[in-house]
Design a protein around this ligand. Sequence first.
Ligand SMILES: Cc1cc2nc3c(=O)[nH]c(=O)nc-3n(C[C@H](O)[C@H](O)[C@H](O)COP(=O)(O)OP(=O)(O)OC[C@H]3O[C@@H](n4cnc5c(N)ncnc54)[C@H](O)[C@@H]3O)c2cc1C
Length: 202
Amino acid sequence: MRKVLNNGYINLVESMGHDQAAIRNARRCWRSVSKGDQADAKLIRHLLKAGHKSPFEAMVFTFDVKAPLFVARQWFRHRMGSYNEESLRYCIALRDYYVPNDISDQALQLWKSHNERAFNLYDQLVEGEGLPKEQARSVLPVGIYTKFYWTVNGSALMNFLMLRLDTHAQAEIRVYAEQILEIVTEVAPVCFMEFSSEVIKA
Ligand SMILES: Cc1cc2nc3c(=O)[nH]c(=O)nc-3n(C[C@H](O)[C@H](O)[C@H](O)COP(=O)(O)OP(=O)(O)OC[C@H]3O[C@@H](n4cnc5c(N)ncnc54)[C@H](O)[C@@H]3O)c2cc1C
């Protein structure tokens, strides 16, 4: 499990396929089989340059993610993937919220007291006033942490990384993308090293 932001994390819980699945599927086009590391890397490079991305769909990853709600909201815009998120209709919200590490002491104090007050109000509404959790959650800020599983294939993941590693992406989602790139490069080094040099550093 890799820690991200003040209290989030990302963890690869399951994966299948990896390099060999992408190489196998791509080589079907040429009626060939894996020809060793260098030839396979060259093939992956060719696929990335040509936009021949479907062989990467043979790789599948499931991540366990804990991220602020506003990060999850940006993440869920990536439709090519499957999500299951903890529900604040069914679960009580935990007093757990994003705190940036690069703000002044005064901003930090204001930040924390606002979040604490919001959670105090939430607790009062649920426990004191008997409001349903699904309604009371409306008073909570967008920086509270949520947890979800994300299942995504290699092609959709590359699209996510391309967009979310970019300097135009918000820093708080970029740090998750950076961790993901490191994780998938460990499990599928040929595809993601070529992806890094062809697409990310291009
Ligand atoms: C820096 C940045 C700023 C952004 N700002 C905003 C913003 O202000 N407001 C906002 O609403 N969104 C914003 N977005 C979200 C953005 O518009 C995309 O929704 C998000 O990045 C997901 O990208 P995607 O559609 O490529 O991914 P996915 O949804 O995973 O789709 C992958 C690919 O599948 C294809 N596809 C999927 N669905 C369709 C479809 N319905 N029709 C045709 N092709 C489809 C496309 O080729 C797409 O690239 C921002 C994204 C970034 C990275």
